[in-house]
Every structure is written in structure tokens, then in C-alpha cells.
Design a protein around this ligand. Structure first.
Ligand code: SAH
Ligand code: SF4
Ligand code: F3S
Length: 455
């Protein structure tokens, strides 16, 4: 990496990052903001105000992929701001589409100057330099990087919350999924590095750390020969951080030891995202998920034993190739039975290069759409039922800011990661609440949030 953070060579330049996709991209964007601000550039909120625009892209599903490329195309005619030191706005594409398509993007989009991949964030400043100073258009993607991108500075979105990547990449190759092809093989970060980063967050006043990885449960297999995610939880809990969360868990690797941590670590929040993807063994097999519905339900029982009231959320794909009505019914029953606090439902999207793309996909679109709608009702019923259990309870809420829609209302999250809207009494300012945990008495339960008043 040749960025010289002392030189402030980007003074007078403004930049804007548009981020799509998962927390991996969001975190990578924080690192990019850290690098560019370190070089003296000023973050701005819109493409219009920016001299440098960076798109952090996602290709996990086709709809997002297409929409995003449309957005990149259409910004071509946005004029450069008055007073810009550049002759032309510099446009960079990073993230998973950058990794997948590389130089092809430069051929297709003549207003794009830089393409970079998911493994070479640190090259961005030098690629931008070439574009700014020498009018060069470059694409640089590398298959795998040796370094974990943790030596890069970050600018976090919120002062009270931090994402902490513990692994990058994925080895699971679920047959529908593009992620292993655009994020490379799973690589774990040494435990000492994780702990020292967590300690620095605690020292700087961070209240909540979310440990990140495509499959956090297999953390350590590459470094220590066996998974050591439970050790990570223990060590991060020991730093004294107020709240710990993690994402994502693959059911095949969720161990009893990790489940047990929900019972023993008071700062591990009672919420788990455990993607089921389907409630049919045949479909799970075709997806290469390597667990059965029974195994999954067994995990749910153990989690509820260890942590009664735990909020469970999941991801479901509807319309995987060959899904029958009976397969779908299995999914519907699973969702109904578990009673999730939240379910992210996706219609299967064919991704070229994945094994599932070769499967015969002959279920009519209308049938898939109808299944998707049917699932939505059971998802909403489950979420509302889960939230109603909080009525009349006092819940500690970590506050994030004012409600965007309603004046006088502050929003934050409960330990179960449920969005809470709280009426703030006269004389108490919402700004003062931000980053603080306060008790809220819940008096209303809606499908996607709770309402209450500061206790
Ligand atoms: N590593 C995480 C997240 C992967 S992407 C995990 O394993 O859970 C997030 C979600 O997108 C997946 O859980 C899956 O439900 C969905 N997804 C991935 N590929 C998809 C595809 N081709 N079509 C529809 N949904 C997909
Ligand atoms: Fe994709 Fe499966 Fe890896 Fe998740 S575990 S990123 S769904 S291949
Ligand atoms: Fe999308 Fe890449 Fe994440 S494809 S979901 S941004 S890993």
C-alpha cells in the first residue's frame, strides 16, 4: 500500500461513497472513507457535490445488480460541482461487481475511471492518483490478498457502534450463491488482533460491537486447525463492551459451545440471525447447505433453552430451481413453527457461474410470486407475535437518533435487536440520548417496531 496518510494530497477534493449490499461492503466503505479522509478529502452527502464518487457494489441477486448498474450509468450526466479542482468527476467502482467484472466495466462505462476488487481496497488511493493526475483508467482486482485489510483506518458511521470483521471470504459454496466467487476463500483474523481492535473501541466509547463474517462459526479453522468462534466471543466479552452481536451464522457450524455463550456472557445480546434458506430437506441438499430441517430445529430448541426469549431471525429463498409446492410448504411450516422476530425473504435469482445456474428452473414466475406472498403473511404474523411479548416490559434501548418521520420520538434497538421508538419527555434532548442506553416502558407492539416511553 502506498497511501501516505501524512501528505494530505487530496485536500480540496470532496468524495461520496454509495454503498450497496451487506455489512462487508458497509465496513469496507468505512475503511475507504478512513483512507480518503486521511488524505485530506472531505466527505459529502451527494454525487452532485462530489469530485470523487465511489460505488460499493453488490451482485448477490440480479435485481440489485441491474438496478445498481443503471444508477452508475445514469450519473454520467451529473455536472461537476462549481469550484471543483478537477476537470471531470472521478468515478470508481468497487465491491463485488468490481471484483466480478473487473476491466469489462471500463469497456462498458466510459465515465468510469477506476475499478477495484474486494481484496485490494488499499490500492484505491494510488488508482485514484493515476486517474486524477495522469487521466489513466485502471481496473485492479486480485484473486486473494495475503493481508487482512485491518491496517486501514476507518471512519465509522456511528460513534457508538462498530463492525469488527473476524473472517473474510467464504468456503461454503451454497449452490445459488455468488459470494465465494467474489469474496474469495475464508480467511480468519488472528484472535489477538480482534481483541486489540475491540479494546480500542471500548476505550473510545463504543457501546456495541458486531463481529462480522460470512460464516463466523467457522472462524479459526484456517489459522488454528479448528473453529474457535466461542473463544472470540469470550475474549471480546472480556473487554467489557456493553453489547456484542455477530453475523452471519451457518447452521452447520453452530456449536453447543457457542450456543452456551448466550447463557453465560451477559453482554452477548439475545438475538441470532440463523439463515435457514429452506424448510425442505431436498432443497437444502440441492442448495448444498449440509444440514436437515430436523438439525436446524434442534438448534432452535437448544438456543431457546440456553436463552429463553432469544430473538431469532433468518433468510429464506423462495423458488429455488425444482421447488415443489410440498417443498415450499416445508418452508412455510418452518417459519410458522420457529416464530422469527424477522425474516428476510428473497426470490431465487440465477447467478451465472454458480452451480444452481445450470439447474432446470421451470416453476412459473406467478407460482413463485404467490408463494412469496403467502410466506410474507406468516412472517408478519410471527414478527408481531414476537413483539407483543414485550408489551408492558421495561427494555434497555441503545439510542441512535431522532425518528425520521415523527418529531419528539427517539429510536434505538433493544437487546433483541428490535427497533424501539420512544417518546422523549419535555426537557430531555434526543441528542443527549444518542449512544446512551436507557430503559423504555413498552406500551405498543407493531410488526417491525415497538413503541414506548422513557422510563
Ligand atoms: N453468508 C451469509 C449471507 C449471504 S448473502 C449467509 O450465509 O447467510 C445473504 C442472503 O442472500 C443469503 O442468506 C440468501 O438468503 C440470499 N441469497 C444469496 N444468493 C441468492 C440468490 N442467488 N438468490 C436469492 N437469494 C440469494
Ligand atoms: Fe453464500 Fe452460503 Fe457462503 Fe452464505 S454461506 S456467503 S449463502 S456460500
Ligand atoms: Fe453483496 Fe458482496 Fe455482500 S455480493 S451480499 S456485497 S459479499
Amino acid at each position: 500500500m502506498d497511501a501516505d496518510f501524512g501528505s494530505k494530497r487530496y485536500l480540496d477534493l470532496t468524495f461520496h461513497i454509495q454503498t450497496f449490499g451487506c455489512q462487508m461492503n458497509k465496513h469496507d466503505s468505512e475503511r475507504i472513507a478512513g483512507m480518503l479522509e486521511g488524505l485530506g478529502a472531505l466527505p459529502v452527502a451527494t454525487v452532485e457535490e462530489s469530485d470523487v464518487t465511489v460505488f460499493m457494489t453488490c451482485c448477490v441477486r440480479e435485481a440489485a445488480d441491474v438496478r445498481l448498474m443503471g444508477q452508475v450509468s445514469s450519473m454520467k450526466n451529473v455536472p461537476l460541482r462549481a469550484g471543483s479542482p478537477l476537470q471531470k468527476r472521478i468515478v470508481a467502482i468497487g465491491g463485488c461487481i468490481g471484483q466480478r467484472d473487473g476491466g469489462k466495466l471500463l469497456d462498458e462505462l466510459d465515465h468510469v475511471d477506476v475499478v477495484f476488487g474486494t481484496n485490494n481496497l488499499a490500492s484505491l488511493p494510488s488508482l485514484l492518483d493515476a486517474a486524477i493526475n495522469d487521466h489513466e483508467r485502471t481496473a485492479e482486482t486480485v484473486e486473494e490478498s495475503d493481508a487482512f485489510p485491518t491496517d486501514l483506518p476507518t471512519v465509522r458511521e456511528h460513534s457508538w457502534a462498530a463492525w469488527l470483521p473476524i473472517t473474510i471470504g467464504c468456503n461454503n459454496f451454497c449452490t445459488y450463491c455468488i459470494v465465494p466467487y467474489v469474496r474469495g476463500r475464508e480467511k480468519s483474523r488472528p484472535l489477538e488482533d480482534i481483541v486489540s481492535e475491540a479494546r480500542s473501541y471500548v476505550a473510545s466509547g463504543v457501546k456495541e460491537i458486531t463481529l462480522l463474517g460470512q460464516n463466523v462459526n467457522s472462524y479459526g479453522r484456517d489459522l488454528y486447525g479448528k473453529p474457535r468462534f466461542a473463544d472470540v466471543l469470550e475474549a471480546v466479552a472480556d473487554t467489557g463492551i456493553e453489547r456484542i452481536r455477530f453475523a452471519t451464522s451457518h447452521p452447520k457450524d453452530l456449536t453447543d459451545e457457542v450456543i452456551g455463550k448466550f447463557a453465560t456472557l451477559p453482554n452477548l445480546m439475545p438475538a441470532l440471525h440463523l439463515p435457514a434458506q429452506s424448510g425442505s430437506d431436498a432443497i437444502l441438499k440441492a442448495m448444498h447447505r449440509v444440514y436437515t430441517v430436523d438439525h436446524y430445529l434442534g438448534l432452535i430448541d437448544k438456543l431457546r433453552d440456553a436463552c429463553p426469549g432469544i430473538a431469532l431471525s433468518t433468510d429464506i429463498i423462495v423458488g429455488f430451481p425444482g421447488e415443489t409446492e410440498e417443498d415450499f410448504q416445508g418452508t412455510y411450516d418452518l417459519v410458522k413453527r420457529v416464530g422469527y422476530s424477522q425474516v428476510f425473504t428473497f426470490i431465487y435469482s440465477k447467478r451465472e457461474g454458480t452451480p444452481a445456474a445450470k439447474l432446470v428452473d421451470d416453476t412459473p414466475r406467478s407460482v413463485i410470486q404467490e408463494r412469496f406472498e403467502r410466506l410474507r403473511t406468516v412472517v408478519e404474523d410471527g414478527a408481531l407475535a414476537y413483539n407483543k411479548a414485550s408489551l408492558g416490559k421495561v427494555v434497555p434501548v441503545l439510542f441512535e437518533g431522532p425518528s425520521k418521520k415523527e418529531p419528539g420520538i427517539a429510536t434505538g434497538h433493544s437487546p433483541e435487536n428490535i427497533n424501539v421508538h420512544a417518546i422523549v419527555p419535555e426537557g430531555c434532548s434526543i441528542d443527549e440520548l444518542v449512544g446512551q442506553t436507557r430503559d423504555v416502558l413498552i406500551d405498543e407492539a407493531r410488526t417491525w417496531y415497538l413503541r414506548g416511553r422513557l422510563a
